[in-house]
Design a protein around this ligand. Structure first.
Ligand SMILES: [Zn+2]
Length: 144
């Protein structure tokens, strides 16, 4: 069996033995749980800065992706004033029902994850605002 045939065989085996493989992997994980935990912790300690940066980049990438989706596939910008500077942008509940929805989907990163995981449901109705416009709207200084 050459390398290509072995690859195809492995793929076919994996496809036909999903349950068997899962049971074996779960057993292996349970048998090596403590060792895995220590290895992960050691890796985290050794690469803390790099992991923190990568995690931050991941969070920003997901946030941008979700905001872009909310903005109908246009790069995120404030729908009132047109601000494009990403760190200033926030997700706003159009109907000012964020508190109600917060109990369902969480706030901040939790909401972003929830939206993505639930494939962007129509409700809650959302829009992108910059921090200034969002604050003005929240205080009633701006009606939109
Ligand atoms: Zn704005």
């Amino acid at each position: 069996m050459n390398k290509e045939e072995k690859r195809l065989y492995d793929r076919e085996y994996a496809k036909n033995n999903k349950e068997k493989i899962k049971i074996r992997k779960d057993k292996w994980y349970q048998d090596n749980k403590e060792e895995i935990r220590l290895k992960r912790h050691k890796n985290y300690i050794e690469n803390k800065d790099e992991i923190t940066i990568k995690h931050r980049e991941y969070r920003l990438r997901i946030r941008r992706e979700v905001m872009k989706h909310i903005n109908h596939d246009i790069e995120p910008l404030c729908v009132i004033c047109g601000e494009e500077f990403f760190p200033f942008l926030q997700i706003d509940h159009v109907n000012n029902d964020g508190a109600k929805w917060g109990k369902i989907h969480g706030v901040g990163d939790s909401m972003v994850s929830w939206l993505r995981k639930n494939k962007y449901p129509e409700q809650p109705e959302l829009q992108i605002l910059c921090a200034n416009c969002n604050m003005a709207k929240a205080t009633g200084a701006l009606i939109c």
